[in-house]
Structures are given as C-alpha cells and as structure tokens.
Design a protein around this ligand. Structure first.
Ligand SMILES: C[S@@+](CC[C@H](N)C(=O)[O-])C[C@H]1O[C@@H](n2cnc3c(N)ncnc32)[C@H](O)[C@@H]1O
Length: 273
C-alpha cells in the first residue's frame, strides 16, 4: 500500500512506571491527538487516569486469559490495533514503562503496520530499568549490566558475567514453557537458583525490586540471599537484581598492547634525535 494514500497510522508510547510522574509532553500529545487509544497498563487506577485524557480508550487487559497462550493474546492485541489502522484511524498504543522494553506487542504492531505501508513509530518511556537505577543507586556503566528474561536463562545456554550487574525480568513466571500461566511457584525459582549457583554463591545478596506505580507508594527493595529466592514473594511486577559477585579482572595482554601503542604515539610526538 502507498503510505502517502494511507491515513491510518500507529504510534506506541510509554506511560512510564509511576502514575502522573513519567508521562512526557510528546507522548501526551500523541494520546490526545489519536482517534483511538489502546492501553496495556500496570494498574486499574492508571487506566482510569488515562481515560481522562481521551474519550476512546480501549483496554487490552481483557485479552489476557488464564490457560490461554500469551502468544495468542499478544496476536489478538496486535490485530485489534491493526484493524483500526487499516480503517484509516490514527491509533495510539499506550503501554506502561517503555513500550519497547520486554514488550512484544508494540514492536510487532509497528513492524506489521510498516510492512503494510502505514506510518508507525515508537516513543520511548521510563521503564522499570530506569527506576531501578535511580531507586537502587546503580550505575550500569560502573561494572556493566546484563539483562535477561529469566526463563530464557533456563531454556537456553547463556553466559553470565558475574563481574557485572545481572538484572532478571519476569521472574514471577520463570520456567513457564506453556506461556499460559500468570505465576510459577518456588520449585521453578529453585531451578533458576540452581542455574545461577554456577556463577554465584548461595549467600550472595540479590535484590527483589518493585518500582512504585502510584505516587503514594514506596518502591519495594528487599535484599535477600540468593538461596532464599524460591521462598520470596515474587509477582508479575518484580525484577530481581544480582550485584557483581567478583571483582573485575585486568586483561594484561590487551593492556600491554595499549602500552605499546601509547609508546609509539609518544615517540611520534617527541621523536629522539
Ligand atoms: C512485560 S515486562 C514490561 C516491562 C515494561 N515495558 C518496562 O518498560 O519496564 C514485565 C516485567 O517488567 C518488570 N516490571 C514490571 N513492573 C515493574 C515494577 N513496578 N517494578 C519493577 N519491575 C517491574 C518485571 O520484571 C516484569 O516481569
């Protein structure tokens, strides 16, 4: 389809994590100017707040059903948005956090809309990751920072660098191969701990973190031993952080190469006669 003839469009924006605090002016204006707004938010209260910004806000929450594959649910959400785009509407998808962080639906909807010739783009938002850096006082540049979807760490052979931070997402459903459950139990988290125990001692401190979604809340910051993770209460809105367990190791070969380069540069700058 020729994009110039196609009035339908899609923008996916992020509402941020905390109601009222993180919504930027650009995302707000996309919401206000859309013909239809679709919403996948963290909290019913946040949805009520969004309802006051636009008269046609359609919640994507009803698509979630216990026992039905999340992949089916996600496709239904994508289709719901595409149907309106194809009907020539300016569609705004509103997602909590950052619409592109651990969020399949916005990426897929944008990809398909573009393939079909519609204008489609994403505006960044404040994700749980951003809140975590602020609330826990972590700078990802200090030692490096790896992010993994917790189940992926179990299903595939991944390499963990325990000299960096490790951030685990979706621990509340870790190990669910069916993609139909809204939680998994302590036995599944024990498998996660067993995998992590290859790189971390069981007494290593891990942080169970939950950003505030309402301005009256405080973030949850529980510091526990890795070995206690199976017994911890972990839901859909918790992220688990493992601080580095080992100091950075110097790389003598590369340092020697760099020293040689420095000497060559110095010689050029100050040639000896
Ligand atoms: C489908 S992802 C959505 C992430 C979201 N797009 C973002 O930008 O943060 C869901 C995962 O995000 C993390 N998450 C969601 N809400 C959170 C919160 N309030 N605090 C910390 N992490 C949260 C958890 O790891 C959860 O399993």
């Amino acid at each position: 389809m020729d994009a110039a003839r196609s009035p339908g469009s899609l923008v996916c924006v992020g509402l941020g994590m905390t109601l009222g605090s993180h919504l930027g002016p650009l995302a707000r204006s996309h919401i206000e100017q859309a013909d239809v707004v679709f919403a996948a938010l963290s909290d019913g209260v946040v949805e009520l707040w969004l309802n006051r910004m636009h008269k046609d806000v359609r919640s994507l929450q009803p698509y979630y059903r216990e026992g039905s594959s999340r992949m089916n649910t996600y496709w239904q959400m994508v289709e719901a948005m595409l149907t309106e785009i194809r009907a020539g509407k300016r569609v705004c998808g509103v997602f909590y956090g950052h619409p592109g962080v651990f969020a399949w639906v916005p990426h897929k909807a944008i990809e398909i809309a573009r393939d079909e010739g519609y204008r489609a783009h994403m505006e960044p938002g404040v994700s749980a990751e951003d809140c975590l850096y602020a609330d826990l006082g972590i700078d990802p540049g200090a030692y490096g920072c790896q992010h993994f979807e917790a189940s992926q760490l179990l299903f595939y052979q991944r390499r963990i660098d325990p000299t960096a931070y490790l951030i685990l997402w979706q621990v509340g459903v870790v190990g669910d191969q069916s993609m139909t459950r809204f939680s998994t139990n302590a036995a599944y988290r024990q498998v996660l701990v067993d995998v992590l125990a290859h790189d971390y001692p069981l007494r290593h401190e891990v942080i169970v973190y939950r950003a505030a979604t309402l301005p009256i809340e405080r973030p949850r910051i529980d510091r526990i031993a890795l070995g206690a993770l199976p017994q911890a209460k972990i839901g859909m809105a918790e992220t688990v952080v493992l601080p580095p367990a080992r100091p950075l190791q110097a790389n003598p070969d590369i340092l020697a190469r760099l020293d040689a380069l420095d000497r060559a540069v110095d010689l050029k700058a100050h040639p000896m006669h």
